[in-house]
Ligand binder design. Structure first.
Ligand SMILES: [Zn+2]
Length: 260
């Protein structure tokens, strides 16, 4: 089960990690906007990050479902979501030095102080108290204490980030299992009689001995015993993944053999 979920989790995690970095860079660039707008946008980083983590889990579930003919269970999809959450968090950690330094490169130190003052502003501190807080932050930065505080803040942030990333990834994955449906179906249309077979839908494959074409015919999946249905799904998954390479199939209606 873990092995099966590894690939979709990895892909979703890498995509999610890269998107997260892009979003943080964009949010920092938003600080270049004049006035309060950029600061407000920057302060949305946390809710945006939470939504992203959930999205990464959803993406993992989507990718996991796409490779399976069977409806994914929530706990299976959650595993893919957890893997995606861990991978994207690790990628995010690697980018932290970059996103931490970017405001300095862009000359946004003053704006960053404004960002740090935003909570106090929201709590309704008076102008005088805000000035005091500002002086304090500047003094802390000068004494180098800010670096220590910042490092401690980063460590806490990373731990929390990993925990939320994993939790939301798992939640997104489980949610995705409810939303996404199996789509690994393959349509085959006979070149001779135009009979349309939907593998996994209204048709199944009967594998013959080596060298002989597989027989594709209509079947009622509801009539298949659960063991037989499971085996059939495995066969179809094989054929769909291999794209029928080097194999032929025979139409159950007119018996014409043709390439997949
Ligand atoms: Zn045919």
């Amino acid at each position: 089960m873990f092995k099966q979920m590894l690939k979709p989790g990895l892909i979703a995690g890498i995509i999610g990690g890269v998107v997260s970095i892009l979003v943080s860079v964009l949010l920092i660039l938003a600080l270049l906007l004049p006035g309060q707008a950029g600061i407000t946008l920057y302060c949305l980083a946390t809710p945006i990050g939470l939504l992203l983590s959930l999205g990464i889990g959803l993406l993992a579930a989507f990718l996991a479902q796409r490779q399976s003919l069977e409806k994914l269970t929530a706990n299976k999809a959650a595993v893919a979501g957890i893997i995606a959450g861990v991978i994207s968090s690790i990628i995010g950690v690697i980018a932290v030095p970059l996103t931490q330094q970017m405001p300095n490169w862009l000359g946004l130190q003053d704006k960053m102080i404004e960002v740090q003052l935003t909570p106090s502003r929201m709590m309704g501190l008076s102008g005088e108290q805000l000035e005091m807080a500002r002086t304090q932050i500047i003094a802390m930065q000068k004494s180098g204490a800010a670096n220590t505080t910042m490092l401690a803040g980063m460590a806490i942030g990373l731990a929390c980030g990993l925990a939320t990333g994993v939790a939301l990834g798992a939640g997104g994955g489980a949610l995705g299992a409810l939303i996404f449906k199996p789509s690994l179906r393959r349509k085959l249309v006979c070149t001779n009689c135009q009979a349309a077979f939907e593998l996994g839908g209204n048709a199944f494959i009967e594998v013959k001995e080596a060298g002989q074409p597989d027989v594709v015919d209509y079947c009622n999946w509801d009539d298949l015993a659960s063991d037989a249905a499971k085996q059939q799904r495995a066969v179809i998954t094989d054929v769909v993944k291999a794209k029928g390479q080097g194999r032929q199939w025979q139409c159950g209606m007119c018996k014409t053999a043709q390439a997949y």
